[in-house]
Write a protein that binds this ligand. Structure first.
Ligand SMILES: C[C@H](O)[C@H](O)[C@H]1CNC2=NC(N)=NC(=O)C2=N1
Length: 99
């Protein structure tokens, strides 16, 4: 996608963090992170499957790590060298997929 949003300001990012649940900014990684916990692997995999389909649609992909019922997610926009609205679009959707 050539028309990626540009990096959010600190103020914009902090405001957006207030609209999602459990996500935190990692300044070193210039990313937002959240760890999701599920009942079991099947639930975790179902979540990852839904997130993966949206990621493909948006051409915006999570960096994540899964062990059994836990999924650690990191979202950043490499092209923008930081966090953009696309990361929050994914974060919001992931919160709803996990609900
Ligand atoms: C070429 C391709 O569109 C880019 O590499 C996309 C793919 N998915 C991506 N995902 C994320 N999270 N950040 C990006 O900057 C990004 N860039």
């Amino acid at each position: 996608m050539s028309d990626r949003p540009s990096r959010m300001t600190d103020t914009e990012r902090d405001a957006a963090l207030g609209t999602v649940s459990g996500w935190a900014y990692d300044a070193e990684e210039k990313a937002i992170r959240k760890t999701f916990q599920f009942a079991d692997f099947s639930e975790a995999w179902g979540f990852m499957n839904r997130a993966a389909l949206l990621a493909e649609k948006l051409d915006h992909h999570p960096e994540w790590f899964n062990v059994y019922n836990r999924v650690e997610v990191k979202m950043t926009t490499h092209d923008a060298d930081g966090v953009t609205t696309l990361d929050f679009q994914m974060a919001t959707a992931m919160d709803s997929f996990a609900a």
